[in-house]
Structures are given as structure tokens and as C-alpha cells.
Design a protein around this ligand. Sequence first.
Ligand SMILES: [Zn+2]
Length: 203
Amino acid sequence: MPELPDIELYLASLERRVLGVPLDRLRLTSSFLLRTVDPAPAELAGRKVVSLARIGKRIVIGFEGELFAALLLMIAGIGNAYSDEILHRARLSPLQLTRNLSGEEATHLHAATRSVLCEWRDRLIAETGDGWPEKVTALRDGMAVHGRFRQPCPDCGAPVQRIVRAENECNYCARCQTGGRVLADRALSRLLGRDWPQSLDES
Ligand SMILES: [Zn+2]
């Protein structure tokens, strides 16, 4: 599932290409994409695109005659890239429970969420320019911690840590986010047993 900056990127790229242009025809590559039969998809053919909007994670294309096509982008492989970046900017541990957040921490989290998502939205749109976003990837140059295991944190220089769960990897900076405490990584702690480092100084 793509996240907000990626959806906004598609929206901006679509806007340049289809706004004011009549739809030639709607071709469905999978029956799973269709959630309604009335009105029939064929009714959209020939109608001009008059609006583009985002509702949650859906892209909504508005056509003449008040008909709308809502697309839910399903792209595998991304999930926690921006959340890693948001928590790093908010200086919060990836294991921090939202119900235990102090008022100040909640304020930092809200501000970090807005700034990280807006910065990445603007950056992706600027980088893509007039091109089409060919691939959505969770690994992007310029991220502070996500996908940067063992590389130096851009803010403090400490090596970026990770927690591996199933196919997901969460990255964080122990110095910036957990007071120097290295959080248990099941894959590594099982391998190292008692030698598992508990703090940055031991790692
Ligand atoms: Zn750091």
C-alpha cells in the first residue's frame, strides 16, 4: 500500500496528463478492480475528466455528468518507511505506545507527521517533474533512518539500528530516540544470545 506522499505524487502526475481530457475507454486488467456494476465502466468513455482528488488512500477521478472512478492503489513492499522517519523526527521510540504519549510528545508526533509527509510529497513531485512515477519504493535516498541500518544517523552520527519482524524492518536511532538503548531485534538476539548489546556503548 503506498502512503500519502506516493499517492499525492500519482495525483500530481495524473493531473498534468488527464485533467480536461476525455477518457478514451476504461480497460480493466482484473475483475478484482471493479467494485460496482452500476453505472457500467463503459459509461465513462468519452467523458471529460473534470476533477482529481484524494480521499484517504483513494484517488478519485471526476468525470462530466457527476460520475466518479475511485482507485485504490495496491502496491506491495512499502509500509513503514515514512513512519520510521516520522518517529525519528519526533524523537520517539518505535515501541512507544500512543496511549502512553505525553501531551508534549503527542504535539511533537503531530508536527513530525505533517512535516515529514509534506516534505516527502514535495520532494517526490519535484524529483519526478514532468515524468511518470514508474516505481514506488520504500527505500529512498535522503531518508534519515529508514533502510539505513548501521549507517550514521544524520543528526547525531550514531549507527542506525533495526528491529526485524517477519518481512518488515523498522529502523531507528538509539541515541536520538531511545536514550541510547538498543531495542531487542529477534533475529540478532537469537543469534547472539547473551552477547546481545543492550546499549550503544556495548554494540
Ligand atoms: Zn541520531
